[in-house]
Design a protein around this ligand. Structure first.
Ligand code: CUA
Length: 189
């Protein structure tokens, strides 16, 4: 077989053009992925999280920010709410978390033993609780509700029974409770 002479329509010319087009497409996809990873990293939206914070799971209950008196919801000086929680086989502490609606909520949680899941229905909160590491999430609840919070990582024989609850109440009611207590937990309804 004889190739046509080199020129504008030669086989080499057509092949080189096609290679350039496909190389450009791959480069654009690559750059898009890099930008997406950078944005997700900056917003702490990747799992495991970009900002690694460690904690000793053996001494959670003895010292540091996850001691029992520090768990639950607390009003912050800037008006936001900080929630601290622990997952362990086969429950969450606290078992029910109280938060106000229309308020920025930051969750900081970890595990005392094995990997657990931390998911709040109808929200953007979907974390893994990994022993030795602190998982964080930022969210906001737009209506009052009782939400379920199942563990969604298989963590042992009692996994299916590991459920928590989130109680979202009016902001005014929350602020009233927060005036008397530093750490809040769910209220009877
Ligand atoms: Cu904890 Cu599944």
């Amino acid at each position: 077989m004889t190739l046509p002479p080199a020129g504008k329509n030669s086989a080499e010319h057509v092949a080189a053009g096609a290679e350039r087009r496909w190389a450009t497409v791959s480069l654009v996809i690559l750059l898009l992925l890099v930008v997406m990873a950078a944005i997700a990293g900056a917003h702490q939206a990747i799992m495991p999280q970009a900002k690694v914070e460690t904690v000793d799971p053996r001494s959670l209950h003895i010292s540091g920010e996850f001691t029992e008196g520090n768990l639950g919801s607390a009003l912050q000086p800037d008006g936001s709410v900080m929630v601290r929680a622990i997952g362990q086989q086969y429950s969450f502490t606290p078992q029910c978390i109280l938060v106000p609606k229309d308020t920025p909520v930051t969750i900081r949680a970890t595990s005392a033993d094995v990997v657990h899941g931390f998911l709040i229905e109808n929200s953007n909160v979907n974390l893994m609780l990994v022993p030795g590491y602190i998982s964080t999430a930022s969210t906001r609840f737009s209506r009052t509700a009782n939400l379920t919070m199942p563990c969604h990582e298989f963590c042992g024989v009692g996994h299916e029974g590991m459920w928590g609850r989130i109680q979202v109440i009016d902001k005014a009611a929350f602020l009233k409770l927060a005036a008397n207590q530093r750490r809040l937990s769910c209220v009877a309804q």
